[in-house]
Structures are given as structure tokens and as C-alpha cells.
Write a protein that binds this ligand. Sequence first.
Ligand code: ZN
Length: 320
Amino acid sequence: MTQMTRRALLAGSAALAASPALASAPIVDTQAPGFYRYKVGDYELTQLSDGAATFPMPDNFVTNVSEDRAIAEAARLYLAPRGEVTVPFNPVLINTGNKLILIDTGYGPNVSPFVGHLPASLAAAGMSPEQIDTVIISHIHPDHTNGLHTKEGALAFPNAEILMPEKDWAFWMSAENAAKADDPVSKAYFANARKTLTDLVDHVGTYGWDKEVAPGVMSIATPGHTPGHTSFAVASGKDRIFVQSDVTNIPAFFLRHPDWHVMYDHDPELAQRTRHRFYDMAAVEKALVVGYHFPFPSLGHVEKNNTGYRLVPANWSTTV
Ligand SMILES: [Zn+2]
């Protein structure tokens, strides 16, 4: 980098001050699309931002600690000084050289201006939805599946095979299970699945656990968040990373405090056991972990500490 002397800096700022064209610019007030590329062996992966939602923290956001404690922790971590919480949504695209595989699809259009940006991020990364060969859904929740459709209701990835975890597909598409749901969160999930996925019944394929779902992409059982919630190991050459999906919601809370239960977990006790098992594995392997709800570009390593785990975010690299 060029060394700048104080004199040169002062001369530069004097020049700027003398040039009204450079000194003024309209306030832009919009954010750029988000994508970030990196390599895993021969594969090129791209993190794609669907956006991030900031909302007042619901009373029972953490179901097994008091609201006061959750709000105090959020303030301590600079998450929610106004009692709000921010949840990012970051699908990942895998280019094997022969195939383009997308894991999860974001919230889709029509929800809020904060989300539904996956198509813009994909375009900014230089790719079109028509190029995607395979869409793998990690679990059937709206922030992962609703991007399967466009605003007009057409298939957002018209040439892609769509793969769902078989346990989630059986569970969430069952009218009998939907009728038994008694809490508002589950009811909303059943209603969304029926509304947005019924037209895909003849189009969807399903996958089990411990299977190579796509080239180099192994499915890992991580149930609890949903009955069929799935994480993935992506391997090429000597490299292997984990795509955790929603083993945690926001890591500042639930990776740091793995025994805290987020309101969206279907079976919170099982989700808690899954978190320990998954992060113990990731910490021992020192593998890069991709987290759908991690801060963008949603990559980091996980370390074990006394009370839980610590996320060490990956550095932004200007080379792929
Ligand atoms: Zn999610």
C-alpha cells in the first residue's frame, strides 16, 4: 500500500474541499446485493444473501430463559440495543465445475423489503436461476423454502430438480399432523407448507440422511429444529466444510449458549443435543462452518469454551 504522508493527506483534503463536485453526493440509502466466493477443493462456493430481518424480539424468542435475561444479553452483545433482534438469511451455491447446486432458497418475494434478495444477489454473482441444476432444501421452514417460487407463483429455478429431506416432507405435508398442531408457530409452519409446496408434490424428490445428495454433498442428520432438519458436509479433494443450516438460529445467542432454546425449534431438547454433537464434531475437525443465520458472509470456525462455543468469523478475502 502507498505510504501517505501527513502533508499529502492534508493536501488531498484541501483539494477535496476545493472541489464541490467531489464533496457532495446524494445519500444512496440502499444496500448492495451480497455474494462471497471461496474454494473448497476444486469446488467454488458462493454465499448469497437473501437479506436480514430486524424485528422486536418476541417475548418468548428464547423459550427457556427469562425475557429480561435475553434482552440484557442482546444488549451486552450489541445485538439489540432497542430490544430488537436481527436474523440474516444466507443460502449457499456450490459450483462443482459440472453442476450448480443451491442449498436453500431464502424467504422469496412478498414478505418484506428486508428479505427476498436472493435473485438480486445471484445476478450480482453473475448467474441466472435457469442455470441451477439442483436445489436442496435443508428443512421445511418458510425462510428456506419460499424462494422456490417467483412473485408470480412460477418455479424460481425452472430447470432444477428440487430435493427435500424425506422426514420433513412426510411430516409437514401431512394433513393429519397439521390438524394435531396446537401451538401458533407450528400451525403457521404447516399452513405455509400447504400453501407454498402443494403444487410441487409431483415435482419434488426426497433424500435421506448419510447419503450423497449431490456430487460431494453428504446429508448429515441434525434433527430437532424440525423432524427432518439436515446439515451437509461438502467435500472436494482434501477439503471438507460443514453447511449447518439451522443447527443454531443467531450464533450470538444459541451457539454461545447451546442450551438456550429458540422459539422456532420443533423439539427443543433434541435440537440442544444436536447442537452439542454437531459443534463438538466441527470443533474437533477444525472445519469451516457455513451458517444460514450467521452474519454475512456466514462463514466461521467453531471453538469449544467453558460454557458453550465461540464462533470465529472467517476473514474476508479479496482472492478466491
Ligand atoms: Zn431458518
